[in-house]
Design a protein around this ligand. Structure first.
Ligand code: MSP
Length: 525
């Protein structure tokens, strides 16, 4: 459908604590992907938000002597919304699960499933992990060791589990095993990458038990509409944020345009919830299922999964304060393979910042502008006859842009950036080989000098556009310095397609030297 929307989501984050870079990671990757699609001229919707119910949040609030509502309000305003500014996210919506639109939509969704007979009342007796807000089957419970000695832990993620015995409502998840397996087979891209897909298929193949969807021993949650002694189990309403934000049950027109979502970006620990429980819920409700669940890996620090509880949690602003938001975004997209675990370190950030951003890209931008200033009085000269050297630049640029475009469709921002960096390297190499400073000395009025300068400037125009989704601040500065704004319009209106048309930057444009895009950082710890 032509008026459908390219709809991408992040997980909604638990607000038991402040964000760390693991949370920032998903949000930045989704932002790069959606900015890219927007620049292609597509209608895009990027959703993120916060998951505010459940025992984990409730206990944290109680430990801090405040009501859960006070706790979540404060954390969302002081920590989670500011994070989006810190890392420069252009989200279209932010959903909180304590908002009325989510409460109403969730109740309507489950009332519908209840009315359809997909829900029944029963007794739950078994283990529950508050840390991961998950019911843990007996096969997955083990005796704790070390500091967990004397406790039972979940084999799934090592979190402590507790025995729970309470009246619950159940969703007939077990009924959907075959339908899910058939669906995975018919839709091989539904869960990606392959490792996540295989894990989910083998999990479902082992059989599915019905799932508790309510809790009756505390009340921090959304009340079950047909029984006010119960609140919904946090996951089965949290997953609904993707439809309640899209107008489910309230705004059918909006919902038809938005749903199904194109990509749910998730960490691999929560792939099962998104690739098993969520589609089964949608099957039961007769709603279409999202096109893709993409599961990324862990950020590892010192070889270990980074997490707040391990005290190796790094706050996004620790990195942004030193390197800036562009470098933060660039680093996570470039240095890691989205979909696999990857190690990060301060030294690596610093090294890439200097080698790739400051020396590779930033320096190129200022050199090109400085040369046009020095040899052409800041006025972009008319391009003369092209030689094979210019043809090679044009070809490399065209190929790199096409590859980057495909990489974004394959949810591989790291490949998009390596393709784009071939442009940076090509332009740096071109200038070294063509040595315009020599031509300026030997033959200052030549056609040749004009051609070299115009080619380099046009290459910078392309870089400004294709890097805009990744480094929007640097791109905007570069764009202005190219004098492009008055003649080409605003950077944000540039379609990706425009980069495929060589020679957009008009002769006579006034080129000024940009403020240093990535200044050297001397005192980084
Ligand atoms: N609230 C649920 C999601 C509900 S979506 C309907 C949740 N929240 S979370 O805050 O615990 O985690 C959010 C995301 O952060 C998950 O995708 C998780 O994988 C990710 N990460 C947490 N630590 C991480 C790393 N060290 N590295 C990469 N991502 C990590 O789960």
């Amino acid at each position: 459908m032509s008026d459908s929307t390219f709809y991408v989501t992040t997980p909604i984050y638990y607000v038991n604590d402040a964000p760390h870079i693991g949370h920032g990671y998903t949000t930045v990757m989704g932002d790069i992907i959606t900015r890219w699609h927007r620049q292609r001229g597509e209608k895009v919707w990027y959703l993120t938000g916060t998951d505010e119910h459940g025992q984990k949040v409730l206990r944290k609030a109680t430990d801090n002597g405040v009501s859960p509502q006070e706790w979540v309000d404060k954390l969302v305003e002081d920590e989670w919304k500011p994070l989006l500014r810190t890392i420069d996210i252009a989200n279209d919506d932010f959903i909180r699960t304590t908002e009325q639109r989510h409460i109403d939509g969730s109740r309507a969704f489950w009332q519908d499933l209840y009315d359809r007979g997909a829900v029944y009342k029963g007794e739950f007796s078994g283990h529950y992990s508050v840390g991961s807000e998950e019911f843990v089957s007996e096969d997955d419970v083990a005796d704790g060791e070390g500091e967990d000695e004397g406790f039972k832990v979940s084999k799934l993620d090592g979190s402590r589990v507790e025995l729970v015995s309470e009246e619950n409502y159940f969703f007939r998840l077990g009924d959907y095993q075959q339908q899910l397996l058939d669906f995975y087979e018919a839709n091989p891209d539904f869960i990606q990458p392959e490792s996540a897909r295989n894990e989910v298929i083998s999990f479902v193949s082992r059989g599915l038990r019905d799932l508790s969807i309510s809790r009756s021993t505390f009340d921090w949650g959304i009340q079950v509409p047909w029984d006010d002694k119960h609140v919904f189990y946090v996951w089965i309403e949290a997953l609904l944020n993707y439809v309640t934000a899209a107008g489910y049950g309230v705004d059918q027109e909006k919902f038809d345009q938005m749903w199904p979502a194109n990509i749910h970006l998730v960490g691999k620990d929560i792939a099962r919830f998104h690739a098993v429980i969520w589609p089964a819920m949608l099957f039961a409700a007769g709603q279409p299922v999202p096109h893709q669940v993409f599961a990324h890996g862990w950020l590892l620090v010192g070889g270990q999964k980074m997490s707040k509880s391990k005290a190796n949690g790094i706050r996004p602003d620790e990195i942004v304060d030193t390197f800036g938001s562009d470098a933060y975004r660039y680093y996570f997209a470039r240095a890691l393979t989205f979909g696999s675990d990857g190690s990060i370190s301060w030294e690596d950030i610093q090294a890439r910042y200097h080698a790739e951003l400051a020396n590779g890209f930033g320096n190129l931008a200022s050199r090109v502008a400085a040369m046009i200033g020095k040899y052409a009085g800041g006025k972009l000269p008319e391009e003369g006859r092209r030689t094979p050297a210019e043809q090679a630049v044009i070809e490399t640029v065209a190929q790199a842009v096409a590859e980057a475009d495909e990489a974004i469709d394959a949810v591989a921002p790291q490949d998009a950036l390596s393709a784009i960096w071939r442009i940076v390297d090509e332009l740096n190499g071109y200038l070294t080989e063509q040595a315009p400073w020599k031509v300026a000395k030997d033959d200052p009025d030549s056609d040749r000098l004009a051609t070299i300068l115009a080619t380099a400037a046009e290459g910078m125009r392309v870089l400004a556009v294709v890097l805009n989704p990744v480094t929007p601040k640097a791109s905007a500065v570069l764009w202005d310095s190219l004098g492009a704004e008055p003649t080409l319009g605003a950077l944000d209106d540039q379609l990706m397609a425009s980069v495929g048309h060589w020679g957009q930057l008009p002769a006579g444009a006034m080129i000024t030297k940009p403020a240093s895009l990535f200044p050297r950082i001397e005192a980084a710890e």
